[in-house]
Write a protein that binds this ligand. Structure first.
Ligand code: KIV
Length: 285
């Protein structure tokens, strides 16, 4: 039986009942299929695809068109999973109008269920505008990679009382602006627990401790595919990089040794065609 699609009200019910939501990034069709089969509640087509798929040094170069193409693929692979499209840098920074138009592209062109954007008080009017246009919005606070230049790099946030206050004020503003969900990235578990208890909306965490209403991980970290660096909050559940490399090395060896392709990998002439082929070959001698 096909999995029943999660809707936003179910995410709220899960928070009320203390059931944790499971959330993973996905960037392509097969990964989305695996995630849906594995029973993930939510998928994020994160702008982390810049690093995980395209090999950029960060998320800043990622474009709307790239996000749409990957969101479409994920939607096709996971038709019954709650899919969130991540608004890339410069798709919402300039104006409320831009924010609504680009959020709308995620829904119209890729069929996602919600959009996510980074920032608190300073993007409150963007969140309000997208919500007023009828879309589901997820806020993103703490370590916000698109503004990592201002944060002094990919650094945990909220580790001093003053910085924790900024996270809390931003969380209140995001909720006040009408966001339906909130993601906290790389903030102390104490701060995340406080925000999750304070806000009536589901508050999810990536590197924000166990008290959040659910957890997000980057799929390329979880399966051991992303090689450049591994944040402290990652738990690797597999090492596909070595599985894939070993398979490729074995293929190279087999081709060099002649072990591949074997007879079973070949399409032989149809029965009765051999004599005709021999005559044909003779003509070319
Ligand atoms: O793009 C992404 O995957 C994200 C996570 C790092 C939270 O925004």
């Amino acid at each position: 039986m096909a999995k029943k699609k999660l809707m936003i009200h179910e995410l709220y019910r899960m928070k009320a009942e203390g059931r944790k939501a499971t959330w993973l990034t996905a960037y392509d069709f097969p990964t989305a299929q695996f995630a849906e089969a594995a029973g993930l509640d939510m998928l994020l087509v994160g702008d982390s695809l810049g690093m995980c798929v395209y090999g950029y040094p960060g998320t800043v170069p990622v474009t709307m068109d790239q996000c749409i193409v990957h969101s479409e693929a994920v939607r096709r692979g996971a038709p019954n999973t709650f899919v969130i499209g991540d608004m890339p840098f410069m798709s919402y920074q300039l104006s409320d109008q831009d924010a609504v138009a680009n959020a709308g592209r995620f829904l119209k062109e890729a069929g996602v269920d919600a959009v996510k954007l980074e920032g608190g008080r300073r993007v409150a009017s963007r969140i309000r505008a997208i919500v007023d246009a009828g879309m589901v919005v997820c806020g993103h606070l703490g370590l916000t990679p698109q503004s990592s230049g201002q944060l002094g790099g990919h650094k945990a946030q909220g580790r001093t009382a003053e910085s924790a206050e900024a996270v809390i004020e931003d969380a209140l503003a995001v909720h006040e602006a009408g966001a339906h969900l909130l993601l906290l990235e790389a903030v102390p578990p104490e701060v995340a627990a406080f925000v999750a208890a304070k806000l009536p909306i589901p508050v999810y965490g990536i590197g924000a401790g166990a008290a959040c209403d659910g957890q997000l991980l980057i799929v390329s970290d979880l399966i051991g595919q992303f090689q450049a660096f591994t944040p402290k909050f990652v738990k690797k559940y597999a090492d596909v990089a070595s599985v894939i490399t070993a398979a490729m090395k074995a293929y190279v060896q087999d081709v060099h040794s002649g072990a591949f392709p074997a007879d079973e990998h070949c399409y032989h002439m149809l029965e009765g065609e051999e004599a005709g082929f021999e005559r044909l070959a003779d003509r070319y001698k």
